[in-house]
Design a protein around this ligand. Structure first.
Ligand code: SAM
Length: 450
C-alpha cells in the first residue's frame, strides 16, 4: 500500500493508529516485497504473521502461495483484513500474540515466522515463539534498532548482554539491514532493523542445560562493571581455575565471555549426560517367547540385531489439566532419533519385572517418582519392534530433571492437539508411541475425556 492509500483506508475504516499497539504501517511497497523475498517463502510453507495491520507484508506473502495464519490484536483491523483478503490460504486470528498457544502450530509442520512487530512487545513476542521447543524453523522480523542490535551483538560490545545470550543460545541471529522511520505511517520515534533468526539444530552447540546457562548469564550481567568471577562466586568458589578452564582472563567482565565460554561454565556447574548413555549395546535385556514368558537374556545389540522378542514399558504422564507429556528423543538415540515419543519409555533389563522397569525409567528419564497404573498390554509384533509393551499412566505437575542423553525436550500437549498432529504428521512420532497412543485411545476408562 502506498502512503496515500493507507491514509485513505484508515479514514474509510475510521481507524486512528494506536501508539500503545505499536501501529506504524509500512507504506514502502518495494521494501515489503524485499522482506518477503528474504523470508524465502514458497507454496510449501506455513507462515505465521504477527500483527498484519493493513496487510503490507500479508499481501506479498500470500503471493508466494504460502499458507498463512495471521495474529492481529486490533479487532478493527481484523475485520478490514477479512474483507480485503478472501484467500482460503489465509486464516486471521483475532488475538494477542503474547497469549497465543505456540503448541497449536506443531501439527502445521515446519513454520516460518514473519512480522513487523509492535515495538512495545517485540522482545516477549519473539521469546514466546522461539522458546526451546518450537515448531518454528526461521523468523524474519522487523524490530526497533535497539532490540535488533542487542539480539545480534557480539562479545565486548555495549549491546551484548542477557538478551543476546539467551536468544543466541537458541537461534542464529543475522542483522539484515537498518530501516528508516520514514517508511512507516505514522513515523515511529526510533529507527528499525530487519533480523533473521534461525533456531539452532541440537548439534550446533555443545549439549548444555538451558536453565543453568540462563541463571549464570543473569548473575554475570547483574552488574556490568563488576568482574564476572566476583558475581559468580557462589557457583565458582575457585574462579581462577574456572577462568583458566574456559580460556578467559581472571578479571574478565561478563561482556567479554563468548556464548561458547558461557556454555562451558554452565556445563561445569551441571554437566550434561554423556552421549550414548542409555544405549549401551552390552546392556542385558530379558528375552521372551510368543507368550511373553522369559526364556533368557541377551545384549541390546543382539536383541535388536536378531529381532528377538523382548519387553518394554511406555509411560503416559498427565498434568492436572489432563495434558499428556511428550518427550522429543535426543539425537543420540540409536533408534528413532529426534522424533516425539511417550513421556518415558524403555526396555526391561534381565531380572526385572514390568513395574520395576516403569519406576526406573521414570526416574532415569524424567528424574521423578509418582504413582503409576497399568493401562493396557500390547503384544509383540513387527509394529512394536518385537516388544511386548505394558503401557502405564501417572500424574505429575512438578519440575522434571530430564536426561539430555536421552531427551532433547519435553512438553505437555492437549490430547486433541496430539490427535490432530499425529494424523497430519505421523512421521514426527516414534512408532512405539503411535502403537501406545492407539491402544490408549481405545482402552476403556484409560484416560480423561477430551
Ligand atoms: N504488518 C503491518 C505493517 O507492516 O504495516 C503492521 C505492523 S505494526 C508495526 C504492528 C501491528 O501489530 C499492528 O497492526 C498492531 O495492531 C498489531 N499488534 C499490536 N500488539 C499486538 C499483539 N499483542 N498481538 C498481535 N498483534 C498486535
Amino acid at each position: 500500500m502506498k502512503l496515500s492509500e493507507i491514509s485513505r483506508t484508515l479514514r474509510e475504516i475510521r481507524v486512528t493508529p494506536v501508539k500503545t499497539l505499536g501501529q506504524n504501517f509500512l507504506h514502502d511497497h518495494n521494501l515489503a516485497r524485499w522482506i518477503v523475498q528474504q523470508a524465502a517463502l514458497s507454496a510449501a510453507d506455513f507462515v505465521v504473521e504477527i500483527g498484519p495491520g493493513l496487510g503490507a507484508l500479508t499481501e506479498p506473502a500470500l503471493a508466494t502461495g504460502a499458507q498463512i495464519l495471521a495474529i492481529e490484536k486490533d479487532a478493527r483491523l481484523v475485520s478490514f483484513l477479512r474483507e480485503k483478503f478472501s484467500e482460503r490460504r489465509l486464516e486471521i486470528v483475532h488475538g494477542d500474540a503474547l497469549e497465543f498457544d505456540v503448541r497449536r502450530l506443531f501439527p502445521c509442520g515446519p513454520v516460518k515466522l514473519l512480522g513487523n512487530l509492535p515495538y512495545y512487545a517485540a522482545t516477549p513476542i519473539l521469546l514466546r515463539f522461539l522458546e526451546k521447543t518450537t515448531p518454528i524453523t526461521s523468523a524474519m522480523l522487523m524490530l526497533q534498532m535497539e532490540v535488533a542490535t542487542r539480539l545480534s551483538a557480539s562479545p565486548r560490545s555495549k549491546q551484548y548482554g542477557i538478551l543476546s545470550l539467551i536468544v543466541q543460545s537458541q537461534c542464529r541471529v543475522e542483522f539484515l539491514r537498518a530501516i528508516p522511520a520514514s517508511v512507516f505511517v505514522p513515523e515511529p520515534d526510533v529507527e528499525s532493523a530487519l533480523v533473521r533468526l534461525t533456531p539452532r539444530a541440537p548439534e550446533e552447540l555443545p549439549d548444555h542445560d538451558l536453565e543453568i546457562l540462563r541463571v549464570l548469564v543473569r548473575h554475570g550481567f547483574s552488574q556490568r562493571r563488576k568482574q564476572v568471577g566476583k558475581l559468580l562466586k557462589e557457583f565458582f568458589p575457585d574462579w581462577p581455575s574456572a577462568a583458566a578452564e574456559i580460556g578467559a582472563p581472571m578479571q574478565a567482565r561478563a561482556e567479554e565471555l563468548s556464548l561458547e565460554q558461557w556454555i562451558k561454565l554452565a556445563n561445569s556447574v551441571r554437566p550434561p549426560s554423556a552421549p550414548g548413555a542409555g544405549t549401551d549395546p552390552a546392556e542385558l535385556f530379558a528375552v521372551v517367547d510368543e507368550n511373553d514368558l522369559v526364556i533368557g537374556s541377551a545384549p541390546r545389540a543382539k536383541v535388536h540385531g536378531n529381532n528377538l522378542r523382548h519387553r518394554a514399558v511406555h509411560l503416559f504422564i498427565f498434568n492436572r489439566a489432563g495434558e499428556l507429556l511428550l518427550q522429543k528423543r535426543s539425537r543420540w538415540k540409536d533408534r528413532h532419533p529426534n522424533v516425539w515419543d511417550s513421556s518415558a519409555a524403555g526396555h526391561m533389563n534381565a531380572g526385572e519385572e514390568y513395574d520395576q522397569t516403569a519406576a526406573r525409567e521414570l526416574q532415569e528419564e524424567l528424574g521423578i517418582a509418582t504413582g503409576l497404573t497399568r493401562v493396557a498390554k500390547i503384544s509383540a509384533s513387527a509394529r512394536t519392534g518385537e516388544e511386548f509393551i505394558w503401557l502405564y499412566r501417572g500424574e505429575y505437575d512438578g519440575p522434571l530433571q530430564t536426561s539430555s542423553a536421552e531427551i532433547d525436550a519435553v512438553q505437555f500437549f492437549p490430547l486433541a492437539l496430539i490427535a490432530d498432529w499425529l494424523q497430519k504428521r505421523p512421521g514426527d512420532f516414534a512408532p512405539g508411541f503411535i502403537e501406545c497412543w492407539q491402544t490408549f485411545r481405545s482402552a476403556r476408562n484409560a484416560g480423561p475425556n477430551e
